[in-house]
Write a protein that binds this ligand. Structure first.
Ligand code: NDP
Length: 433
């Protein structure tokens, strides 16, 4: 804690993982040798840089850029870029740390990394976003590469931003290295299903958890937070599996649509118009916008937090449980606070932690890298079948690890133990590096 002062989210993430590892180390004490745990929590490299850019009025702004290259035991660093005003070194570090285990769970040969900037894309013109992305990539380009570090999107970074960054990378390197970024457009090396993958994966994970109790999502009422990439495609897959998502949210409030979310309208508002959730309510009779309180006040059978870290606290968890919620699958990274996780586990409901439940996005990014390396492109059905198989394998690895270490049904322990042992075994094989 003293070495990483003020990095509260990083402390939270490390604490959760190390606590889960107690039974693993007790059974296999060699994992604590060679300062393996100390090496695991220390990033291999952390880069911070100035990002100057000019707005449409000619004013100069200076943002801060970050890239954390946390662990390359299993492959090139892999993890998204987040553009949000809350971004700081501690947030990028927690995300990078989580990414190590998430990527290990996918079994795909990708190390852990993360990056971003405190730039806020909200309300910025396309030209401003482009100039920012070009400036950001001008520095980042020297640190990344298809076999070194492969960034992708996250909050505030979607297809538009990846496009501007790829254009600048290509220009700087005079090389069409499609595999240097994932989340690309379909016409220039992107993979079908990458856009849908994280949301789809979180719902598939919920379905797998329910299947252990002989249940399914069919007929269930689903509470979703967020209205971005993950939330939209979680809603889509939940609808395909016969469930009824009735909420979504952004930082201006949450929407309740008891008739079930009109997905086409939501996509039009958020993906095409880049509008706010209030714009949906204006065009949807029966839907209401709530600007106070929290989306977790709405009763439902399944909760899918898909916005941001620590958006679901102990009080919200208690409210959800009172409302009859029996399944939580985290589409976002670390959306539940430790108090919320404890409440879910005490109540014995199905709780899928983000590093397992939202791994479908990075897994499909690795599939994108595979297609780029082979200069090929799979159809939607092929890519989706691979994603479905990977999510089922992640679920089963978590179940098996939880059983092995004496806590059946504990997906937090299962995900941490299964991810950790994969990384740790390779770190041991590589020696003290
Ligand atoms: P988007 O930028 O597409 O959407 C984020 C959504 O969450 C927006 O509706 C945004 O509202 C809301 N939100 C973000 N920050 C806050 C905040 N501080 N308070 C309230 N609402 C907030 O991002 P994604 O959908 O890609 O990412 C969502 C989560 O999923 C993140 O935790 C991300 O790390 C995680 N994730 C994403 C993956 C991906 O493939 N995209 C992969 C794995 C995890 P507003 O617009 O008002 O800010």
């Amino acid at each position: 804690v003293a070495r990483n002062r003020g990095e509260v989210e990083f402390h939270q993430a490390v604490h959760e993982v190390l606590e889960s590892l107690d039974p693993v180390i007790a059974k296999h004490p060699h994992y604590a040798e060679g300062a393996l745990l100390e090496r695991l929590v220390e990033p291999e490299r952390q880069i911070m840089f100035r990002v100057p850019w000019v707005d449409d009025a000619g004013q100069v702004h200076v943002n801060r850029g970050f890239r954390i290259e946390f662990n390359s035991a299993l492959g090139p660093y892999k993890g998204g870029l987040r553009f949000h005003p809350s971004v700081n070194a501690g947030i990028i570090k927690f995300l990078g740390f989580e990414q190590i285990f998430k990527n290990a769970l996918t079994a795909q040969g990708i190390g852990g990394g993360k990056g971003g900037s405190d730039f806020d894309p909200h309300g910025r013109s396309d030209a401003e976003v482009m100039r920012f992305c070009q400036s950001f990539m001008t520095e980042l380009a020297r640190h990344i590469g298809p076999s070194t570090d492969v960034p992708a999107g996250d909050i505030g970074v979607g297809g538009r931003e990846i496009g501007y960054m790829f254009g600048q990378y290509k220009r700087l390197r005079n090389s069409y290295d499609a595999g240097v970024l994932t989340g690309k457009g379909l016409a220039w090396g992107g993979s079908l299903v990458r856009t849908e993958a994280t949301g789809y994966g979180a719902v598939l994970f919920a379905q797998s958890m329910l299947s252990t109790k002989g249940e399914s999502l069919e007929g269930k009422k689903v509470i979703v937070s967020g209205a971005g990439n993950v939330a939209i495609y979680a809603i889509e897959k939940a609808q395909q599996l016969g469930a009824t998502p009735i909420t979504f949210s952004d930082s201006s409030g949450y929407v309740v649509d008891e008739a079930g979310v009109d997905l086409e309208l939501l996509k039009q508002v958020k993906e095409v118009e880049r509008g706010r959730v209030a714009d949906y309510v204006e065009r949807r009779p029966g839907a209401r916008l709530v600007t106070g309180g929290s989306v977790w006040d709405v009763p439902g059978d399944v909760a899918l937090p898909c916005a941001t870290q620590n958006e679901l606290d102990g009080d919200a968890a208690a409210t959800l449980l009172r409302g009859g919620c029996g399944v939580v699958s985290e589409g976002a990274n670390m959306p539940s606070t430790p108090e919320a996780v404890e409440a879910f586990q005490k109540a014995g409901i199905l709780f899928g932690p983000g590093k397992a439940a939202n791994a479908g996005g990075v897994a499909t990014s690795a599939l994108e890298m595979e297609q780029n390396a082979g200069r090929t492109r799979w159809d939607f059905a092929t890519a989706e079948a691979k994603l479905t198989g990977i999510m089922a394998d992640i679920h089963d690895s978590c179940v098996a690890a939880a059983e092995e270490y004496g806590r059946p049904g504990d997906y937090v322990l299962g995900a941490n133990a299964a991810g950790f042992t994969r990384v740790a075994d390779v770190m041991i094989a590589h020696g003290i590096v």
